[in-house]
Ligand binder design. Structure first.
Ligand code: DGL
Length: 266
């Protein structure tokens, strides 16, 4: 049994959607979460900046001596997963590949939609990876940059969020898309309004469950599982926790298993 923690990070608190699922899937694992709330959103920034910030977050987590790292952010996974893996002595997984596998294995039509931040969509990672596994699948992508601030602000059901979702997504309604990938770990918080905007015929897939399952498999394969005992959780953010705390509680349906603590990276 391996008692070392799993490090999880995101540009903000969106990665808590993945963390929530990791807790359900691996209830004995010790976890350390880091959200860069001082600099979120990353999704409209340049690749070099996203890489620089992400390596800072990785170095912070490595000091905690984790047994594995989860990049709980599509933008970072799409932009610089390999750079993170290159500096990490422990296994690092991102969210893109597990999400794609889930989408391909469950879609009812051969047309998959992907929404994400500007950086994720511009990287074309979803198109490339889906086509490398299945070249007959048609892919339609759409950047929805305003969704991240709306989620961080806790506007899950706000009339303004509905208007924005409609504006971004109405064009997807009339397509043959059977599955829509929520290619950003913040988006599950806006799931209801996204579903309303695209209509009930489109199945939404997010990164949380597939990534938690991929992590479980990785730990099993490397003989790193912690299979008993009470887990310890630490949740770090880089800005004042006040606003994030309110939103974080929603991720966990009110029962947030810890407190957000402010840290400095350097
Ligand atoms: N949760 C991040 C993602 O999955 C949000 C990106 C951002 O910071 O813009 O892409």
């Amino acid at each position: 049994m391996n008692n070392k923690p799993i490090g999880i990070f995101d540009s903000g608190i969106g990665g808590l959607t993945v963390t929530h699922e990791i807790i359900r899937t691996l209830p004995h694992e010790n976890l350390i979460y880091l959200g860069d709330t001082a600099r979120v959103p990353y999704g409209s920034r340049d690749k070099d900046i996203i890489t620089q910030f992400s390596l800072e977050l990785t170095r912070f987590l490595l000091k905690e001596d984790p047994k594995a790292i989860v990049v709980a952010c599509n933008t970072i996974s799409a932009t610089c997963l390999e750079a993170i893996q290159a500096i990490s002595p422990v296994p690092v997984i991102g969210v893109v590949e597990p999400t794609i596998k889930e989408a391909i294995s469950t879609t009812k039509t051969s047309h998959i939609g992907v929404i994400g931040t500007r950086a994720t969509i511009a990287s074309k990672i979803y198109e490339e990876k889906i086509r490398s596994l299945h070249h007959d699948i048609q892919i339609t992508t759409k950047a929805c940059p305003l969704f991240v601030p709306l989620a961080e602000e806790g506007w899950f059901d706000h009339a303004a969020s509905k208007l924005i979702a409609d504006e971004y997504l109405k064009e997807l309604r009339e397509t043959t898309i059977g599955t829509l990938i929520l290619g950003c770990t913040h988006y599950p918080l806006l799931k209801n309004i996204i579903q309303e905007a695209v209509g009930d015929d489109i199945k939404l897939i997010d990164s949380a469950r597939p990534t938690a399952e991929a992590l479980k498999q990785l730990l099993k394969d490397n003989n790193l599982l912690r299979t008993e005992g009470e887990p310890e959780y630490k949740f770090f953010v880089t800005d004042s926790p006040t606003i994030s705390e309110r939103t974080a509680r929603v991720f966990f349906h009110g029962a947030f298993p810890g407190r957000l603590e402010k840290v400095t990276l350097a």
